[in-house]
Design a protein around this ligand. Structure first.
Ligand code: NAP
Ligand code: ZN
Ligand code: ZN
Length: 348
């Protein structure tokens, strides 16, 4: 086993603090790499605070991981020491069910293995995430990244990027479509950039007036303040799609009214508590309320290649790991432009 330093929460009420644990020695199919940067996703907060229930403690969060390979097993074909490597939200799946065979490992019918807050398939050892110095992952779940961009700005693509790319691709959002991106945080700002690269007309729907100045720079065509109810009313029937990235409870009914006939409201934000939806808001105008979970490994690689081709990276605020508890508090206030990324060199 390999001794590893990280940051963990010991319970739903404790802060993140230094933690020592072990990872497996790389097997024949494994890639071992030093973690250089790890993005901070709102899902880290939901899970560290057990807001979705069933969290496994102690927990080392982090699933937007980039670094440099140090060791590879003798059956590994696509990576060698010195190469850049990345890992997102999953590290394994059954690989035999119909969803896995289609490259939809995120919907594995036998349960995939998440990068943290999960158990390894055979050993049932808990998995630990990217707020740590190194990681060992099966080659099939390791992604290739370009060296054309600063690594810290690439890290958030591994969750925020794929979680927004996958539904935009699935619903074929592109030229001629009007899409509203609800919530301008980590996922929201990636959604704006990616939807704009697909040729859609993009409107940011945000409750934070101070983020308006960034809208055009991020690639949006319009900015609407969601707390301005008169302005919201003028948008009735405007959008083909709304991609909802909001992390806390909110009123879906208000946004369903903004969709055109046949419009789709896609939930990627995962508030811990359920909300009421009036059936009439779906019935009138044959509207759909849908959801989407991250993306498969093949599609994650496709997204990374698309972003590299179109010069799309994340807008990041790089932090030392000792700042992580403060970063969580700021995210809860919507105060992030637009993704915190931990410089893992700060973990001594
Ligand atoms: P984030 O950076 O904190 O952004 C969330 C944004 O939502 C905030 O910046 C804010 O935007 C808006 N918001 C927050 N609280 C709100 C409230 N009470 N009312 C209205 N708007 C509010 O979070 P993130 O990392 O992008 O993650 C967003 C959500 O997606 C989380 O629930 C996360 O767990 C989930 N997620 C899902 C998947 C998936 O596979 N489906 C993957 C990753 C993350 P404004 O200031 O612009 O209003
Ligand atoms: Zn995430
Ligand atoms: Zn499967």
């Amino acid at each position: 086993m390999i001794p590893v330093k990280g940051y963990a929460v010991q319970s739903a009420r404790s802060p993140l603090a230094p933690f020592h644990f072990e990872r497996r020695d790389p097997g024949p199919h494994d890639v071992q790499f030093d973690i250089l940067y790890c993005g901070v996703c709102h899902s880290d907060i939901h899970q560290a605070r057990d807001e979705w229930h069933g969290s496994i403690f102690p927990m080392v969060p982090g699933h937007e991981i980039v670094g440099r390979v140090t060791k590879t097993g003798n059956k590994v074909k696509r990576f060698s020491p010195g190469a850049l490597a990345a890992v997102g939200c999953m590290v394994d799946s059954c690989r035999t069910c119909e969803n896995c065979k289609e490259g939809l490992e995120q919907y594995c019918l036998n349960g995939n293995v998440l990068t943290y807050n999960s158990y390894e398939r055979m050993s049932r050892i808990p998995t630990y995430g990217g707020y740590s110095k190194l990681i060992v992952v099966d080659e099939d779940f390791v992604l290739r990244i370009s060296d054309r961009f600063s690594l810290e700005a690439v890290a958030p693509l591994l969750c925020a990027g794929i979680t927004t790319y996958s539904p935009l691709r699935h619903w074929k959002v592109g030229k001629g479509d009007k899409i509203g991106i609800l919530g301008l945080g980590g996922l929201g700002h990636m959604a704006v950039k990616i939807a704009a690269s697909f040729g859609a007309e993009v409107t940011i729907l945000s409750r934070s007036q101070k983020k308006e100045a960034d809208a055009k720079r991020l690639g949006a065509h319009n900015f609407i303040l969601t707390t301005n109810s008169d302005r919201i009313k003028t948008m009735k029937g405007y959008f083909n799609f709304i991609l909802d990235t909001v992390s806390a409870e909110h009123d879906y009914n208000m946004y369903l009214r903004l969709l055109k006939t046949n419009g789709v409201h896609i939930c990627v934000g995962a508030p811990p508590n359920p909300s009421e939806i009036a059936a009439f808001n779906l019935i009138e105008g044959r509207k759909s309320l849908a959801g989407s979970l991250i993306g498969g490994i093949r599609e994650t690689q496709e997204m990374l290649d698309h972003c590299s081709e179109h010069n799309i990276v994340s807008d990041v605020e790089v932090i030392n790991i000792s700042y992580i508890n403060k970063a969580y508090e700021r995210m809860l206030k919507g105060d992030v432009r637009y993704r915190f990324v931990i410089d893992m060199a700060s973990l001594k």
